[in-house]
Design a protein around this ligand. Structure first.
Ligand SMILES: *[C@@H]1O[C@H](CO)[C@@H](O)[C@H](O)[C@H]1NC(C)=O
Length: 197
């Protein structure tokens, strides 16, 4: 009985199991966020991939300067990109995340492979609570922290964190200096990423 109670308390107060991604708009523009996923190979039997159906995440809008969090189902993998609100679906700079991938870690990167010219959408992507995590993407493009070619080396470590931040757009730090906290920069001496201010 006591054990059950303790387990119940753990489930209430233990590490949150939810997967989330929170989009943070750094400018005044309203955007629509689209996502895509591929069928996921759940298991391979006699050389044939048994696909798992992942749910489609419906497009949603992130208004200028807003923060917008969405929950992601366990094991989902795919990408997100932004267009001007109301534009029809195309592609853009991609925030790619696999939740509960190999050994239940989260794998993430920003990819310019489909649309390297998108400099007004997805910017930086990083785990919210993993202080040692790396950051993918750029404050302004191009930069070395984004995939340009399919054979670019995978440089971002996987994380146990299941919650991500993804910034959108270009902050005007003269007008909005407080937004520098959403610009992640690398300190080579500490070997850590940290907010610009
Ligand atoms: C997003 O905003 C656009 C432009 O205001 C609107 O046409 C569209 O219906 C909105 N989409 C969603 C999913 O709310």
């Amino acid at each position: 009985m006591l054990l059950h109670y303790l387990l119940f308390l753990l489930s209430l107060f233990g590490p949150a199991l939810a997967n989330t991604i929170t989009f943070i708009s750094l400018d005044e523009h309203d955007r629509t966020i689209w996502s895509r996923h591929k069928p996921k190979c759940k298991a391979v039997e006699t050389g044939i991939c048994l696909n798992e159906n992942l749910i489609d995440i419906k497009p949603f809008n992130v208004t200028g300067f807003a923060h917008y969090a969405i929950n992601i189902p366990l094991g989902w993998e795919g990408n997100f990109y932004a267009t001007a609100a109301g534009n029809t679906d195309r592609t853009g700079m991609l925030a790619e995340i696999a939740w509960q991938g190999f050994e239940k870690g989260q794998y993430f990167d920003v990819s310019a492979i489909e649309n390297p010219g998108d400099h007004v959408g997805v910017k930086q992507l990083w785990p919210a609570d993993d202080k040692k995590a790396e950051v993918s993407g750029c404050i302004s493009y191009p930069c070395p922290h984004v995939y340009y070619h399919p054979d670019d080396l995978q440089t971002k470590r996987a994380t146990w964190d299941t919650n991500f931040w993804c910034t959108l757009g270009n902050a005007d730090l003269k007008k909005n200096p407080h937004l520098a906290r959403w610009h992640m920069v690398y300190n080579a001496e500490w070997e850590r990423w940290h907010p610009m201010s």
